[in-house]
Design a protein. Sequence first.
Length: 177
Amino acid sequence: MKTHLINELRSVNPGSQEANTYHKLITGILELIFYPNLIYPTLELEIHEGRKRIDIVFDNASTNGIFFRFSNNMNLPCQYIMVECKNYSSDPVNPELDQLAGRFSPNRGKVGFLLCRNIDNFDRFIQRCQDTYRDERGLIIPLVDEDLIQILENYNDRNNNYLEQFLSERVRMIAIN
């Protein structure tokens, strides 16, 4: 299963032609690695009477771990976790971050993931995520293909310590600096 998902991810070409394929594959990968903490993914969830859309929304069912700590330790509402998928060949920039931050609200939650193929200037992108977090507009956690491959290679459905540590380190990069 893990090897199959990794091979599928590597086979999807960046660009709008395969954006839907990438989007569906990401949903499956996240559903596998985040279960049972995040459940019931909904694709293309419309908000604001259909004027805006969120690529993927998960219900947060966590009773411990990082998704639990977001609300209890970091005071971030996160009853739902939002995900935006960008099948770009170039780095996402401010409009993509602002798009996801614009989906956040106290009633939906203020935690989300921005998934994309690669980020050449990762430090710069983390700074953008830090700006969003410092301005109290929410927590955006970037994940790229290599992150997902690393998580899948270390995935064990009976022990999610690797994922917890990986996400904790990524959040620390955003929240502490």
